[in-house]
Design a protein around this ligand. Structure first.
Ligand SMILES: C[S@@+](CC[C@H](N)C(=O)[O-])C[C@H]1O[C@@H](n2cnc3c(N)ncnc32)[C@H](O)[C@@H]1O
Length: 412
């Protein structure tokens, strides 16, 4: 394997620049943003730094090659041309994950099977024995991505995707991915030096990610990575990771800023409590039952108020009026907090006008399949550096279409 690995880290669409920035801080070189990810060069220890420390990347892939693959036979031939004996041994277990886009093949299972057959046959041919498949806990994960007839093959350095930090012990209906929550915090410029509040915290993802930042805790500290089991690199990776983990533990620091979450749903709050405890941040994060439209006054010292309110997608079109009324009240409540920067991730196009304030910055991004907008508002009685300044000066939007008396259904 070359001294510097050419790698590809994946991320939510619309956050590629944030990941590129983070990778630069982690020592990556020749960084190039792509759709849904970032290409970069890294030595093995830099690559392991990325696995351990990236808060935003979802996966770190080691691309093996790109091929034109026509039909089932072409697919098999392309995969069989890869020198798998450089990455596997007959004793190594492996699994194949296939994703398809606009492909002549309609089943990922079929493509994964063809890839598996070609790997096994090549190994048997070159090594006289074949590795076994272990779909649950493989040593090596092969990722096959087929767009039309263009096949990319990679090995996944992480194994379980990086958003699986290990602290989500109690899920709720619409949690943010941990990596996306971290991307929002970076977009909002959160470095752990100021107070943080999520007034609709759900299962607590934004607060926990904020707590990890404030604590300077490596997001991957509680998990291991697939590369540790690779036959040719595993021993070296384990050795390097032992040092990186020890350094990370030594350099954690005390959290000196308040981190506070509210939710009006006791079940969501209970999930948040459990997740916060599993993240070992129970002393750092306070949770209270509360209504975001009637938020109590927060400390005048200010900080970052960041949240993703309900999008209202389960209410149907009849519920849209209620959502607008809710967003209107939310605007009044959040803006009343002097000195607090307000950032909102919204997946409801009606949010921006109903919130009745002009954002200082706007970013389009994807929360899974949902097109969302991240809006940043200056604090009342202050200004802040905008991440993507909008042309017009700050002024209230025309709110004639939205009346607070448009009472609606409860939101969730
Ligand atoms: C989209 S979820 C937030 C998900 C959260 N970011 C997470 O990762 O789990 C929206 C949350 O807003 C809460 N909510 C809705 N209306 C509220 C209100 N008026 N006050 C406080 N919380 C509210 C819901 O209970 C739900 O937990």
């Amino acid at each position: 394997m070359a001294e510097r690995l050419a790698l590809f880290a994946t991320t939510a669409r619309g956050t590629e620049d944030l990941l590129a920035e983070e990778l630069k801080e982690l020592g990556a070189r020749r960084i190039r943003q792509d759709r849904g990810g970032v290409r970069f060069l890294a030595s093995l220890d830099e690559a392991l730094m990325v696995c351990l420390w990236s808060r935003i990347a979802m996966r770190v892939l080691y691309p093996l090659g790109e091929f034109e693959a026509h039909g089932a036979e072409g697919l098999y031939e392309a995969v069989a041309s890869v020198p798998w004996e450089e990455h596997l041994t007959p004793e190594t277990t492996f699994a194949v994950e296939a994703t398809l886009k606009d492909s002549e093949h309609s089943h990922t299972g079929f493509v994964a099977l063809k890839v598996k057959d070609a790997v096994v046959d090549r190994m048997r041919d070159k090594m006289g024995a074949r590795p076994d498949v272990d779909p649950r806990n493989p040593d090596v994960r092969v990722v096959a991505h087929l767009v039309r007839e263009r096949l990319s093959l990679s090995l996944d350095l992480c194994g379980e995707p990086l958003h699986r930090r290990g602290y989500r012990v109690r899920p709720t209906p619409a949690p943010l991915k941990e990596t996306l929550a971290a991307a929002l915090l970076r977009a909002a410029g959160y470095t752990g030096e100021e107070a943080l509040v999520d007034p609709m915290c759900g299962s607590g993802t934004i607060l926990i990610e904020g707590g990890l930042i404030a604590r300077r805790r490596a997001p991957g500290i509680a998990r291991d990575f697939a590369v540790e089991k690779w036959p040719h690199l595993g021993a070296r990776a384990r050795e390097l990771l032992e040092d990186l983990r020890a350094d990370a533990r030594r350099n954690e620091r005390k959290v000196t800023v308040p981190i506070l979450g509210f939710d009006k749903d006791p079940e969501a709050l209970e999930a948040a409590r459990r997740n916060v405890k599993a993240a070992k941040l129970a002393e750092e994060i306070q949770l209270e039952e509360g209504d975001a439209t009637k938020l109590p006054p927060l400390p005048a010292s200010g900080g970052l108020l960041i949240t993703n309110p309900p999008y209202g997608d389960r209410l149907g079109s009849g519920g849209q009026k209620g959502m607008k009324s809710f967003y209107f009240k939310l605007g009044d409540s959040l803006r009343a907090q002097a000195g607090w920067r307000v950032w909102v991730l919204s997946g409801n196009p009606a949010f921006e006008s109903a919130f009745h304030s002009r954002p200082r910055s706007r970013r389009d991004l994807w929360n899974g399949p949902i097109a969302c907008t991240l809006l940043g508002y200056s604090p009342r009685g202050g200004t802040e550096k905008s991440e993507a300044p909008l042309g017009a000066p700050e002024e209230p939007l025309n709110v004639a279409a939205v009346r607070p008396e448009d009472e609606g259904e409860e939101q969730r």
